[in-house]
Write a protein that binds this ligand. Structure first.
Ligand SMILES: Nc1ncnc2c1ncn2[C@@H]1O[C@H](COP(=O)(O)OP(=O)(O)OP(=O)(O)O)[C@@H](O)[C@H]1O
Length: 273
């Protein structure tokens, strides 16, 4: 994938400013940065949910920046998106939610009457099984925990057999244990299927633990692009625009790494002593 000088303006605000990077082979890439840095806008431009103002998106040497109609829909199913809030139909059962991943390929009549080919139903259950949630297949989506719902959303994405999975803050609404289950699932999908995963992540430790490459954004610009081991505290401080008081704990999903107010007071007191 080649992203060339990709820019998005919302009026005078430049949400993404000449983003430029190349992903040579399927990798697991994390995008980090403070709130408002432009991470979601970048992913949404890649998926064509948001139109870019300038620049280009190329995949396998094909320019997908201005595709329309059917070609655009095909591109959107090649790079399936997963969202922080799962975007499932809450009152619908899990299997039907997963089958919604095939909507692009089905006729309006079939969709209206909820008619799915048996092989699609089997495929949906297989994918749910792979993600460890097949037993929940007949339940309503709203009856599942957040981590389970996010796995249903991943299953829905996999129904499209995408080459790329774009995950926009996939674990931001989850507790640390469920966050780990969902990130493990994304990593496995990358390793076992060879799919590219690009995930916007709020937390540094997740990017370090799961990604082969980390892109750091600040005020719409890419300010870091490297391996997780190059992501030092200093580099992180530049990305988050934080001062000397920058605490990695504040960008961590690890319960133990989160400092309680009492711990902070003890640390301050110790510093004084
Ligand atoms: N539809 C929109 N209309 C106007 N401005 C927008 C729109 N979407 C995003 N922005 C602005 O673009 C900038 C980047 O937002 P974006 O949501 O991409 O950042 P982010 O890094 O994903 O933040 P967060 O982590 O909070 O989701 C922000 O200043 C935001 O206010």
């Amino acid at each position: 994938m080649r992203i060339e000088k990709l820019t998005k303006r919302f009026g005078a605000n430049v949400a993404v400013d000449t983003a430029d990077f190349h992903i040579g082979k399927p990798a697991m890439v994390g995008i980090i940065g403070a709130s408002g840095a432009g991470k979601s806008t970048l992913l949404r431009m890649i998926n064509r949910l948001t139109e870019s103002s300038e620049g280009a998106i190329r995949f396998n040497d094909r320019d997908v920046t201005h595709l329309t109609g059917r070609a655009k829909r095909e591109w959107q199913s090649q790079c399936a998106m997963i969202f922080q809030q799962f975007n499932l139909v809450p009152r619908l059962d899990v299997v039907s939610n997963v089958l919604h991943g095939t909507l692009n390929k089905r006729s309006t009549m079939a969709t209206l009457f909820n008619l799915y080919p048996t092989e699609d139903i089997h495929k949906a259950i297989e994918i749910l099984d792979r993600l460890g949630i097949a037993e929940h297949a007949p339940k309503r989506a709203e009856a599942l925990s957040g981590g389970q719902q996010q796995r249903v959303a991943i299953a829905r994405a996999l129904m499209q057999d995408p080459q790329i999975i774009l995950a926009d803050e996939p674990i931001a609404s989850l507790d640390p244990m469920n966050a780990q289950i969902v990130m493990d699932a994304l990593r496995r999908i990358h390793e076992e299927d060879g799919r590219m995963v690009i995930a916007n992540l709020h937390t540094l430790d997740t990017a370090r633990n799961y990604c082969d490459r980390v892109i750091g954004m600040r005020n719409g610009k890419i300010v870091f692009d490297g391996r997780p081991d190059q992501l030092t505290t200093g580099a992180a401080r530049d990305i988050y625009g934080a001062g000397a008081d920058f605490s990695e704990g504040a960008t961590s999903t690890d319960i133990n790494a989160l400092e309680t107010p009492q711990q902070a007071r003890i640390r301050d007191a110790e510093a004084l002593v």
